[in-house]
Design a protein around this ligand. Structure first.
Ligand SMILES: [Zn+2]
Length: 638
């Protein structure tokens, strides 16, 4: 009977689908950012970091046969193919061939580097191999990727009952489930859904975790708990969506929204992220968030967008991608942090009250621990590869949905006909977007244009001059018989918002960008050989300012200054920020360094008698900063 029930399992179809990699060409600043990554650590890490060099066990060597090789390949593959960079493609293929070539007769892939009772068995790194093979297939349609994935799934089918998921694999089951679903959509073999069901049963119960969420306070530094681990949670947030695909109950998606709310409420940061320096750290802007959690949260949201088509998940995707992601890299992408802080006033090797090492917030090759050094590569490429998705059933009903308006060109087919779409914009540094269509013949298809929740009086002008005023916070469907050369203009006016934060502090946002006060900085090389290396970053000026503004009417107190986006000059660096805010601040002498970071933020409002001299402050996008203050005490205006 149980068997029969299993056989009736259905997989809930995706509402939107990512495009093949060759159909997406990043342009403008986004292409420049990906080139920076290619010319920085991602393109050179194999020469510098032994863990990913020829000694890696996945490549036949004698060290690191666990997650690092698969992590790297999972980001390198989409980067190489999006940029059509021959040299990177060759590097990516070397890793892929190593995965394909190392499959045993029984389906297991690669070396085994387990621990404890499972010295000879740890399937977790293979979850990442499957993800990387999926990216590779997305780029090449090489059938061997599917065969190897299927072989590994057969191995799990034969072995999971006897050797169930444990430790990382148990908590990260959703990242296995998504590959099994993906394979099922191409193979339609019933046993794959039964396997996915078993994986879900053996996995950690994230739905219960997010529904009950007992972790309302910062977690003790001395406890290694998988449940409160920042990266596990950033990956686990997709689990309700993955469970929902196997369920017929619409209510199963509820835990996703409970999870987003709980993480924001108890550990949230203004960048859309939550803290964890290694474990939940509360809302204090001096606490850290690990880079692996940044890229994994992005990936979770990209996967969840396919499942839900919820435009607000894309709002969050952009908030993390345009702020937290660039900020945690050295602007030339040759070094990264393990932990970033919203109020990050010094990056040095010093004891802090968190469970990470003293070097966790410096910019380096391998600060704290090397997971981020291997895993960070997927952030930008997977974001770029998710800009537009296909909607509707294959054939007549197909359309396109805008997930993010970053500049790009899409060349795909809808209902069997070729469609080119160019996105011309400096977004997120501008609010104007122009879409142009390239068609061989006039055709009808729906364009689902995301209208961010933050936009105020958004407007769409159709090619024939018709004006639409869509509601914010949803996709707006525009359908007509499109002709070659048609242009659609979008205006997404971004009001200035003052968000109340920890202890009444205030953070300024405008559209998808968060603004922060950059500090004059001194970079001190403490290891390595430039261009790669380990750097401490020290402030060369005071940082302890509060803001003088009325948070209900911030635009009366803040002026917006727009410069020109010079994309060839690294949009995300302090010196080239293309937009800034001017606001009046006041120094608060009692707010000082404590525990080697910005001490407890004074409760707002701060009385004027506690404020020393006033000063005009210039805030720039968070993603452009290295040292910064983002959450400010509010100075009482009276
Ligand atoms: Zn990491």
């Amino acid at each position: 009977m149980a068997e029969k029930e299993h056989q009736e399992k259905k997989l809930r179809p995706l509402k939107m689908k990512k495009l093949p990699l060759k159909e997406i060409k990043p342009r403008g600043w986004l292409r420049a950012q990906l080139r920076l990554q290619a010319e920085g650590l991602t393109g050179h890490i194999e020469e510098i970091w032994e863990d990913l060099g020829p000694r890696n066990r996945w490549l036949g060597g004698d060290i690191e046969g666990w997650e690092r090789g698969p992590y790297y390949a999972d980001g390198l593959v989409p980067l190489a193919y999006l940029l059509e960079d021959e040299e990177l493609m060759e590097k990516a293929e070397k890793w892929v061939e190593a995965f394909l070539g190392s499959q045993r007769e029984d389906g297991w892939i690669g070396p085994v580097s387990g621990e404890g009772d499972y010295q000879d068995y740890d399937p977790w790194p293979n979850f990442v191999v499957l993800k990387a093979l999926r990216e590779y297939f997305r780029a090449t349609e090489d059938e061997r990727a599917l065969e190897t994935m299927e072989g590994f799934c057969r191995y799990l089918k034969e072995n999971l009952d006897e050797r169930p998921l444990f430790r990382w694999g148990k908590f990260r089951w959703a990242d296995l489930a998504l590959s099994i679903y993906w394979l099922y959509e191409r193979r339609e073999e019933e046993w794959l859904l039964q396997l996915a069901e078993r994986v879900r049963e053996q996995g950690y119960d994230w739905e219960k975790h997010f529904a009950e969420f007992p972790y309302k306070a910062p977690q003790p530094a001395d406890e290694m708990k998988m449940e409160t681990h920042v990266v596990n949670n950033a990956m686990g947030i997709k689990a309700p969506g993955m469970g929902y695909r196997l369920s017929e109950d619409e209510g199963d998606l509820k835990a996703l929204y409970q999870g987003l709310t709980q993480l924001d409420k108890f550990h949230g940061q203004v960048t859309g992220l939550f803290t964890g320096d290694e474990h939940f750290g509360g809302r204090d802007p001096s606490r850290g968030t690990e880079l692996c959690a940044v890229v994994e949260y992005l990936f979770s949201l990209e996967e969840l967008l396919e499942v839900t088509a919820d435009s607000e998940l894309a709002d969050r995707l952009e908030r993390i991608a345009f702020n937290a992601l660039p900020a945690t890299f050295k602007p030339d992408m040759w070094a990264h942090q393990y932990d970033q802080q919203a109020n990050q006033v010094i990056c040095d090797v010093s004891e802090k009250i968190w469970s990470n090492a003293p070097d966790a917030n410096i910019f380096g090759l391998e600060p704290n621990y090397g997971c981020c050094t291997a895993n960070m590569h997927q952030g930008w490429p997977k974001f770029a590869a998710s800009l537009w998705m296909k909607t509707g059933d294959e054939g007549e009903g197909e359309g396109l949905a805008a997930v993010s308006y970053s500049p790009c060109r899409i060349d795909t087919s809808l209902g069997g006909r070729e469609v080119g779409l160019e996105v011309d914009t400096d977004y997120p540094f501008s609010e104007e977007i122009e879409l142009s269509l390239h068609l061989e013949e006039p055709i009808s298809f729906p364009l689902h244009l995301r209208i961010p929740r933050w936009s105020q009086k958004p407007e769409i002008v159709s090619p024939r001059g018709e004006l639409f005023r869509p509601a914010a916070g949803d996709f707006y469907e525009l359908e007509e018989k499109w002709r070659d050369g048609d242009r659609i203009r979008l205006a997404l006016p971004a009001p200035l918002e003052a968000e109340r934060r920890f202890r009444g502090a205030v953070a300024l946002k405008r559209g998808p960008l968060v603004y922060a006060l950059p500090l004059k900085e001194e970079w001190k090389l403490i290891g390595g050989e430039p261009p790669h290396g380990d750097w401490e970053v020290h402030p060369k000026e005071a940082w302890n300012y509060g803001l003088k503004l009325d948070p209900d009417r911030p635009s009366r107190f803040v002026s917006v200054n727009r410069g020109k986006l010079e994309e060839e000059k690294r949009p995300f660096s302090p010196g080239t920020a293309p937009i800034s805010l001017k606001v009046k601040g006041g120094a608060i002498p009692d707010w000082i360094l404590e525990d080697n970071r910005a001490g407890p933020i004074p409760s707002s409002p701060v009385v004027p008698s506690a404020v020393a001299e006033e000063k005009d402050l210039c805030l720039i996008p968070y993603g452009c900063t290295n040292l910064r203050v983002t959450e400010f005490p509010l100075i009482d205006l009276d």
